[in-house]
Design a binder for this molecule. Structure first.
Ligand SMILES: NC(=O)c1ccc[n+]([C@@H]2O[C@H](COP(=O)([O-])OP(=O)(O)OC[C@H]3O[C@@H](n4cnc5c(N)ncnc54)[C@H](OP(=O)(O)O)[C@@H]3O)[C@@H](O)[C@H]2O)c1
Length: 332
């Protein structure tokens, strides 16, 4: 049995999803010969540390009842630097201004000889190549499947299953909130403001939806794709972005009459990065509805390969994180 020790930095929807997935997959992991232990968990108020393995059920219950996992005042940085473990799962909030606190956590993890698995887009949208190179220089893995497309395994698909192919372009719908709004506007012939309100009531859109509806979240994800798959050194400021706030029900109705839907499409091709509303044929693989995400990889040998699935959600995102953890365990 191989003992693998991890920390979970950030214990919100994703961090707790990871904890729940580890609990529900304990037998599966044992059958794979893996004894996966969580030795540190951190939220904004403090941490729990147990070098032999934290009682995960207990930690989840404490978080639910008290609002924090903290049983001490040691910070995430203390866990990363001082507690012996193999992998840091970084799931703190995305900050697109300076990447913090995720960026500092990731830099310290690499300095302390720990592999990184993350769902946090901020540090990757700002300092992708620095983090990738620091990981390589230190012989460590830097895995980030969960940053783009939630459960949809875009990076694994391109880097593993499609190895040997040259990727000519990538098209995707990577923001479930925008896709939900456009789908409802089109199907119910409702105006943007009303559908946004409905999405907010359902918890699909944030109280401040700017980040999603102005296309910023899509642009950040496109940058991570472009840097990872095309080896670019771009940041989200390099993306030509148009959001969905100006789209009218009349435009959608016209599209509909001609067998099209309007989608917020991310595209990376020939070094150019674009996020913009586009007409998509109703039977095209990109024409997914609701909160679904989709990515089409255009390759020289395999042609167009399209995958779609849940772009967000606690357990769905944890699926990508668990897969990255297992990749590291099997390859290190
Ligand atoms: N939710 C999704 O479906 C999804 C999907 C893909 C990617 N992501 C990304 O994954 C990350 C986590 O998302 P989420 O939905 O889990 O966010 P969330 O629910 O807001 O959770 C964030 C967690 O980070 C903790 N935190 C904040 N500052 C911290 C610090 N300095 N040190 C330690 N912990 C700190 C928060 O503490 P408190 O609990 O004390 O507030 C909270 O537990 C984000 O970057 C997000 O963009 C999310």
């Amino acid at each position: 049995m191989k003992t693998v020790k991890i920390s979970i930095i950030g214990f919100g929807a994703v961090g707790q999803g990871v904890a729940r997935s580890i609990l529900s997959k304990r037998e599966y992991l044992k059958k794979q010969g893996i004894d996966l232990r969580v030795v540190g968990i951190s939220d904004s108020k403090g941490s729990e540390i147990n070098t032999e393995g934290i009682d995960i059920e207990n930690a989840l219950l404490r978080k639910k009842q008290k609002g924090s996992v903290a049983v001490g005042t040691r910070s995430a940085l203390d866990i990363i630097a001082d507690v012996e473990h193999d992998i840091v799962v970084e799931a703190t909030p995305t900050n697109i201004n300076n990447g913090e606190p995720g960026l500092g956590n990731m830099r310290l993890a690499l300095k302390s000889g720990k592999h990184i698995v993350t769902s946090n887009k901020g540090p990757l949208a700002l300092h992708f190549n620095e983090l990738k190179e620091a990981a390589q220089d230190n012989g460590l893995f830097f895995r980030y499947e969960a940053t783009v497309g939630g459960a949809v395994p875009i990076f694994n698909l391109v880097h593993e299953a499609l190895a040997g192919n040259r990727v000519v372009g990538i098209e995707g719908i990577l923001n479930g909130t925008c896709n939900y709004i456009l789908t409802r506007m089109s199907e119910e012939r409702m105006p943007y403001d009303l559908v946004l309100k409905e999405a907010q009531e359902l918890g699909i859109a944030e109280t401040d939806p700017t980040y999603d509806v102005e296309g910023i979240d899509s642009a950040i994800k496109l940058v991570i794709i472009a840097n990872s798959i095309f080896g670019l050194d771009s940041t989200y400021r390099d993306v030509d972005v148009t959001g969905i706030t100006k789209i009218t029900p009349e435009a959608l109705e016209l599209a509909n009459r001609n067998n099209y839907v309007v989608k917020l499409v991310c595209e990376a091709r020939e070094g150019k990065l674009t996020v913009a509303p586009r007409l998509v044929l109703k039977r095209h693989p990109l024409a997914v509805g609701g909160t679904q995400n989709v990515a089409s990889i255009l390759t020289d040998l395999a042609g167009r390969i399209t995958i779609s699935g849940k772009g967000a959600g606690s357990i769905e995102t944890a699926s990508s994180i668990l897969s990255d953890i297992l990749y590291i365990v099997r390859n290190s």
